[in-house]
Design a protein around this ligand. Structure first.
Ligand code: NAD
Ligand code: UDP
Length: 337
């Protein structure tokens, strides 16, 4: 297949592009590089001797998209492109709605115009808001996301359901990621956040490598075993493989389908700290800080639907996530720069 991967230079998209190439697909990556470096694609080539075709451009540029679809005979789109920093979305909501919601709308229109109806979307567990039940299954109603980033994901999901209802040719996978972490096992590819990381694992990794002094643990008074927040961390390579399975599942399905992508197992912030210390052999000093506004106590997936329908189950455990994240961080203390 000829697959367009928007945001394919970024963390999850680049690992997925690698998996797609390895599976024999042709990959075109479209990215405006607002949060990534093209060096990532050189690493893909270093690893597997093949590189995606790269187009530098923006998903909001409809004329460029029309040309791209025509030139590359695209069969399916994996749509990763988006802005993802929660705090930034609170400060700049219109930028988030423009990039994530309007951008997805322009992309979907270009797909429809080009007759491309196979579409996989990167959504997030954040659409469940404060979940009514744990673990969270796809049957759990979507809630009220606590920030514009989360709402932008929910709006795109609604758009996809409407689009699927309007034309039976659409085959859409909505993948709700839990907490993606880790890196390719070579240490050549990984997560390279701009500035000070917002997410737990890159922050811990930068403390361990000596770039940051101390982790702030946001709250130790949650109703969890040790009082710190519990999340379902999933290895980025497991996540990447799930995209291939989702694409295959769309061969036999029309309409819009939702799948949770998590391991089903939650770990607390302090468990993550201890596990990273064990994997890296480095201390991770931390202090207890107030809760972060908008955070929930616990969030982990019921991944049974993905196993049943996609034949996919996360294979890599916490030790592997930590080992690979540390290898990436220690080999590339300044990321791709
Ligand atoms: P990332 O920032 O590493 O990758 C996103 C890529 O999209 C970047 O390379 C960026 O340059 C590109 N991009 C952004 N806006 C664009 C635009 N208008 N046109 C073209 N390219 C654009 O992020 P990631 O962690 O790889 O996340 C990928 C997707 O998964 C995002 O949609 C994100 O919201 C979603 N997601 C991520 C997480 C997470 O914790 N990483 C969790 C749930 C969902
Ligand atoms: N967290 C923390 N310190 C940090 C970053 C995160 O204690 O510097 C906690 C956060 O409160 C949550 C967990 O780590 O309980 C995962 O946070 P992250 O931002 O990585 O993902 P989220 O689940 O919020 O999207």
């Amino acid at each position: 297949m000829n697959i367009l991967v928007t945001g394919g230079v970024g963390f999850i998209g680049s690992h997925t592009a690698l998996i797609l190439l390895q599976a024999g697909h042709n990959v075109v990556v479209l990215d405006n590089l607002c949060n990534s470096s093209v060096e990532t694609l050189n690493r893909v080539s270093q690893l597997i001797g093949r590189k995606p075709v790269f187009v530098q451009g923006d998903i909001r540029d409809c004329e460029m998209l029309d040309r791209l679809f025509l030139k590359h005979s695209v069969d399916a789109v994996l749509h990763f492109a988006g802005l993802k920093a929660v705090a930034e979305s609170v400060a700049q909501p219109l930028r988030y709605y423009d990039n994530n919601v309007h951008g997805s709308q322009v992309l979907l229109q270009a797909c429809a115009d080009a007759g491309v109806f196979n579409f996989v979307f990167s959504s997030s567990a954040t659409v469940y808001g404060e979940p009514a039940q744990m673990p969270i299954s796809e049957a759990c109603p979507v809630g009220q996301p606590t920030n514009p980033y989360g709402r932008s994901k929910l709006m795109v999901e609604e758009m996809l359901r409407d689009v699927a209802a309007s034309d039976p040719r659409w085959r859409i996978a909505i993948l709700r990621y839990f907490n993606p972490v880790g890196a390719h096992k070579s240490g050549l590819m990984g997560e390279d956040p701009n500035g000070i990381p917002n997410n737990l694992l890159p922050y811990i990794a930068q403390v361990a490598v000596g770039k940051l002094q101390q982790l702030a643990v946001f709250g130790d008074d949650y109703p969890t075993a040790d009082g710190t927040g519990v999340r379902d961390y999933i290895h980025v390579m497991d996540l990447a493989e799930a995209h291939l399975r989702a694409l295959e599942a769309l061969y036999t399905r029309t309409g819009a389908h939702v799948w949770n992508l998590g391991t089903g197992r939650g770990y607390s912030v302090l468990e993550m700290v201890r596990s990273f210390e064990a994997a890296s052999g480095k201390p991770v000093p931390y202090r207890i800080a107030p809760r972060r506004p908008g955070d929930i106590a616990a969030c982990y997936a019921d991944p049974a639907k993905a196993e049943r329908e996609l034949g996919w189950k996360a294979q890599r455990g916490l030790d592997e996530m930590m080992r690979d994240a540390w290898l990436w961080q220690s080999m590339n203390p300044d990321g791709f720069r």
